[in-house]
Design a protein. Structure first.
Length: 322
């Protein structure tokens, strides 16, 4: 079985139960996005490939930790001998930090508004990065919106300024205002991710009714002008009700503009609790469509320095998983 076939199966399942030797140092916990507030997750690596699996004692997938990060993954009749990767912050090799763990918006797929997490201080964030400086190659920032997008942007800009002395590439993913891309670029941020979330405007309006779809697209296009190709990304959730045709149209709309799509399988929580995760066969189909669209526009996910496309744990990434 090819890695991308196996990863599609594992992503469709989405979870694993962790057994064996104590593994606390290998467990990552999320305070942003649909995975926020869970029991944590692990990154299982096989050679140069990795996958993130949320911890669930009822999962059909078992990861047996043998000690020291050595681990075996059991799935059906398969046994894979690999390793657990120690996260920097949130994911391996990056300080990936949620600035504000609460949100004033109420996107249907996201648990953050219910969690009502805190905002980290600038000093706290600097200390977090300093604590993992010896094992990370980049800094990634994401955030909810505590009051308004404009106020959140100003706070994140202050965080970026405080992190510049680390001399590491910084990527930022926040809900933008019309000037966000310009302001981040002027501070030396190297990559940005602004999320269109849904494959169609209709679905976007249904799942993110308080957000501005056209403004996000405009910010993405402006970002390519500023940051360049291979430095601008956008999440698109797979499984919100879109057809394969609609997903392909969204992928190509992004790639035609020099933007690298991040196809994120639905995590069935919040307003989508009880929904099915995307099937492995569908993830494989979309991987082929995604890869072709990137190739035609000469976009390279392997060039990513920060954020999700650098990590690859949660998604199938053409060129990285194929």
């Amino acid at each position: 079985m090819q890695w991308y076939d196996l990863k599609a199966e594992l992503l469709s399942a989405g979870t694993a139960r962790l057994a064996g030797e104590p593994a606390e140092e290998f467990i990552a916990r999320s305070s942003a996005g649909p995975g926020a507030g869970g029991e944590g997750s692990i990154f299982f690596a096989l050679g140069s490939h990795r996958i993130r699996l949320s911890l669930d004692e009822m999962s059909e997938i078992e990861v047996m930790h043998r000690g020291g990060g050595v681990a075996d993954l059991y799935y059906g009749s398969l046994q894979l001998n690999g390793r657990l990767e120690r996260p920097g912050l949130h994911c391996p090799k990056q300080a990936y930090i949620t600035v504000t763990g609460s949100c004033a918006f109420h996107c249907r797929y996201c648990t953050v508004p219910q969690i009502r997490g805190v905002r980290k201080s600038v000093d706290e964030i600097v200390a977090l990065v300093d604590s993992v400086r010896d094992r990370v190659t980049g800094i990634s920032l994401t955030s909810g919106v505590r009051t308004t997008a404009a106020e959140e942007e100003q706070y994140v800009l202050g965080v970026v300024k405080a992190l510049i002395p680390f001399n590491l590439p910084i990527g930022v993913s926040i809900y933008p205002t019309e000037q966000t891309a310009d302001r981040l670029h002027s501070l030396g941020v190297v990559e940005v991710k602004f999320n269109v979330e849904a494959a169609t405007p209709k679905l976007f309006a249904e799942v993110c009714p308080e957000l501005d779809y056209d403004m996000i697209w405009g910010t993405l296009e402006r970002s390519v002008t500023l940051f360049g190709r291979n430095r601008v990304f956008s999440n698109v959730i797979v499984g919100l009700g879109e057809s394969d045709r609609e997903m392909e149209q969204c992928i190509r709309r992004l790639t035609n503009r020099g933007i690298i799509p991040v196809l994120r399988p639905l995590n069935p929580v919040a307003g989508f609790a009880g929904h099915e995760r995307p099937a492995a066969a569908r993830l494989r189909t979309l991987l082929a469509v995604h890869g072709k669209a990137l190739e035609e526009e000469r976009l390279d996910p392997g060039a990513a320095l920060t954020m999700c496309t650098n990590c690859t744990g949660c998604d199938l990434v053409p060129g990285r998983d194929t």
